[in-house]
Design a protein around this ligand. Structure first.
Ligand code: BGC
Length: 707
């Protein structure tokens, strides 16, 4: 059963269903290209302060204000100042009526030690819902709570593609696919910004490891940058209209992110049309003039380079007034555009931001992101066993509900799995062992109808995981419990992939990620079938440490050369990131990207209908939709995630298959619905390094549809 999602092959014209993926052919005629469209509008009155007139355009207001600003006013906008609580601040300018900027972390909730906030499941958990509407709602809860805390710049989301499975910040992201991350990024950013704060797309760019993050040089190459690492930022800017971007700690192709003109000027401004401002990650600035000339607008959290040194550089004529104004103007325009001058946040750092609706959402999001990986003999949902042994520290008061680092949230409460299970099933005898004594845990398991082992792997900013194994004695714990009770269910609380040497000996496995404050309620709802799991993996789970795309030290964590030693990470896997690598090397992972089971069954069937099978329209308009019939063939209502992958003509030099569309559909038992997936025009294009542009080479493309 495991790993055997039913795929179907469809041969155009024959409608035969033979085994693996539903497949359609499509051909592209020459002259198809793609264009990107920057966007963003907004507007927001007075006589002494004409820039306060909200009926003027954001640009006009910024220009009026700029004219009233002296050098000190301008320099003050370009770097952080003292902050009492949040991660960063730029003081208000009362003379000119410029509101303060208050910047706070927020990946799974308001961070930086804020109280009375909601701890949502980790972003990777929310993303595992494969439901952009859920990410929009996730963004709304975060944005709303930040706004109630007085925060007008929300530091998140983290939209980088996960390259290294051990990356300490994988849990903060959406996973390993550029298209998927793009959809999720745009959805969450739109949600955040609809509530008031300006969002911040981070971390730009190639922030893919924690090891030596302050000095590692990521040797990537243009095509890989364009095709793998840039797309989520394109989506954040063009579909999410994000107001700010955060420059990362690392170097990309030889230059620190915050002084990398290619990244900041050529990509962000020229190619993507970004109109907002770029702020640095905390302490990621290494120069004054290099950063300014490359395009960095604001230093955070202090003014080591953009404070006095910048003022002196302006006075010495090293920085011209137009240059200085350009950076200040970007900040002002964005602030006007997002209404920051017209509508202050509703509370302050010490206000209560929580609500019953947010608690409810935290639970719903955790439930929808939970992924059922194995369910042998349909042991789940639990059919009222006489007794349950809950085992593992994560099952009790030490439940791992969140990851660490700047995304850390002070949870108002965490419902432990033990509490959740006891509340859900008051009639069932439930024992508990924390697993520190393996033989006691095995005894409990043996005495119970079902054993549920909770295991975890902690992830945090600042360090990568040493490998993909469950830390400590957890593998032994699972094996001992499985040996003592043939009805063993494993629940994983991890921020990414882990190895499962005991997989063949347990009946069921659930990936619950870092589930947030509603941990116990959500997992109990899934275990007992109140919720039919519908999450799918957003990153690959390998069988071993050695088969991952970045298994060689040159790739990760990179090797040190020269004096002083500086580490270089070579991105020689190039486009073969995540599942692309497994497909290209024909390596069978433990659980593939996109994988997840349900308590019901689904059938995908042709005829597959393409809206057109030739693409020769004008650039950027080449959208194509594919329709497939999905049936709930089981006995419970459930949601299927239909996924579309593209296979390029061999001459394009692309990975064998790449996600280019997906749709989630809820079906009642016996219900059949046509599911329509609009294919992303970018899917039919590659970056031509020699010509330095995107192109869609003529040829035959395969569209593969499956679950
Ligand atoms: C992180 C950022 C974060 C900042 C402020 C840095 O260490 O990389 O993501 O926003 O701290 O807390």
């Amino acid at each position: 059963m495991k790993n055997s999602n039913p795929f179907i092959v469809f041969t155009p014209g024959l409608a035969s269903i033979t085994g693996c993926l539903l497949c359609l052919g499509i051909s592209i005629a020459p002259n198809l290209g793609l264009v990107s469209t920057p966007n963003g509008q907004g507007a927001a009155s007075g006589a002494k302060r004409p820039w306060m007139n909200p009926s003027l355009s954001a640009e006009k207001r910024a220009d009026l204000l700029l004219r009233a600003m002296n050098l000190d006013d301008k320099i003050a906008m370009l770097h952080g100042g003292p902050s009492k609580g949040p991660a960063g601040a730029v003081p208000a300018n009362p003379r000119l009526g410029i509101p303060a900027l208050c910047l706070a972390d927020g990946r799974a909730g308001v961070g930086n030690g804020a109280r009375d906030v909601t701890l949502l499941p980790a972003p990777l958990a929310a993303a595992a819902s494969w439901n952009p509407a859920l990410l929009f709602a996730y963004g709304k809860v975060l944005g709303n709570e930040e706004w109630k805390k007085g925060v007008n710049v929300f530091l998140g989301p983290t939209i980088d593609v996960v390259r290294v499975p051990e990356w300490g910040r994988a849990f903060e992201t959406y996973g390993e696919d550029p298209y998927f991350n793009s959809q999720m990024a745009a959805a969450e950013i739109n949600g955040v910004q609809s509530e008031g704060p300006i969002a911040n797309a981070n971390m730009y760019l190639t922030m893919n490891q924690e090891t030596d993050r302050g000095k590692v040089n990521c040797v990537v190459g243009e095509r890989t940058l364009q095709e793998i690492y840039l797309p989520p930022f394109r989506a954040a800017i063009q579909a999410g209209n994000v107001g700010t971007v955060m420059g990362a700690y690392v170097k990309t192709d030889g230059s620190y992110s915050c002084q990398n003109r290619h990244l900041l000027h050529d990509f962000l401004r020229t190619e993507l049309g970004f109109k907002g401002w770029v702020l640095s990650d905390w302490g990621a600035v290494h120069s004054t003039l290099d950063c300014l000339n490359a395009g960095l607008d604001q230093e955070m959290p202090g003014g080591r380079y953009y404070g006095k040194p910048l003022a002196l550089a302006v006075q010495a004529g090293e920085v011209s007034t137009p240059t200085l104004n350009r950076h200040v103007r970007r900040i002002l325009v964005t602030m006007f555009r997002h209404g920051l001058f017209d509508r202050p946040p509703t509370g302050t750092w010490h206000s209560n931001a929580r609500s019953a609706a947010d608690d409810l959402f935290a639970r719903k999001a955790a439930e929808e992101g939970t992924v059922l990986l194995k369910n042998e003999g349909h042991i789940l949902p639990l059919a009222n066993p006489p007794s349950i042994a809950v085992i593992g520290a994560d099952g009790g008061t030490k439940a791992m509900a969140e990851g660490g680092g700047s995304s850390g949230v002070v949870a108002p409460y965490v419902v432990s799995p033990l509490e959740g299970i006891r509340q859900r099933a008051p009639g069932i005898r439930v024992s508990y062992a924390d697993g520190s004594d393996v033989s006691q845990a095995a005894k409990n398991a043996q005495a119970a109808g079902v054993a549920i082992v909770f295991v975890s792997a902690f992830e945090s900013e600042g360090a990568d995981r040493p490998n993909l194994e469950l830390p400590g004695n957890q593998d032994q714990l699972v094996s001992a419990v499985a040996a003592a009770n043939s009805n063993t269910v494993v629940v994983l609380n991890t921020g990414g992939a882990v190895l499962m040497p005991w997989l063949g000996h347990v009946r069921a496995v659930i990936e619950a990620w870092y589930p947030g404050q509603e941990d116990g309620h959500a997992i109990a709802a899934v275990l007992f079938g109140d919720v039919n799991p519908s999450g799918r993996l957003a990153l690959t789970f390998p069988r071993t440490n050695d088969e991952v795309p970045t298994a060689s030290p040159r790739r990760w964590p990179g090797i040190s050369r020269g004096k002083p030693a500086s580490r270089t990470s070579e991105y020689t896997e190039a486009l073969n990131v995540g599942y692309r690598w497994y497909a290209a090397t024909r390596t069978r992972p433990l659980f593939p990207f996109g994988y997840g089971l349900s308590y019901t069954t689904f059938k995908l069937a042709g005829p597959l209908v393409l809206t057109r099978d030739r693409l020769e329209s004008s650039p950027g308009k080449a959208s194509v939709a594919v329709t497939v019939n999905v049936t709930n063939s089981g006995r419970r209502a459930g949601s299927e995630v239909v996924q579309a992958y593209i296979g390029h003509p061999a001459a394009n030099g692309e990975p064998p298959l790449q996600l280019c569309g997906f749709a989630k559909v809820l079906l009642h038992p016996g219900q059949t619905e046509p599911v329509r997936i609009v294919l992303n025009p970018w899917a039919f294009s590659i970056f031509d390094t020699a010509a330095n542009r995107w192109t869609s080479p003529p040829g035959a493309y395969d569209i593969l549809i499956g679950a």
